[in-house]
Write a protein that binds this ligand. Sequence first.
Ligand code: SF4
Ligand code: SF4
Length: 101
Amino acid sequence: MPPVVYQEKCRGCGKCEEVCPGDLMELNEDKKAFCRSRRDCWDCMACVKACQYDALETRIPYQLGYYPARLIPKMKEKEIEWTCIDINGKVDKFLVKTYNK
Ligand code: SF4
Ligand code: SF4
């Protein structure tokens, strides 16, 4: 399931386009991001992590959480802060270190 793009937050920086390993993200004529082939997205979340404007969001596949469930990574210098929102709106946060020294 490709990321949801919040058009009003997208600044057209092109980072998501740069990092997508499947070359799936593009900017439209209005410089807003979109996924050009929804079925080819494998939810790697590289684009979501790269977006510094919170314009992209992963929706958890229905097999795991049904549509309203969301997973939001916030990249920090030495860790990723993951926010998981379940179908009832319950919010959990997890910190995962990305720096091993
Ligand atoms: S990285 Fe975010 S702000 Fe930049 S083009 Fe993609 S969605 Fe828009
Ligand atoms: S989740 Fe991964 S494969 Fe899907 S559009 Fe984003 S970067 Fe590309």
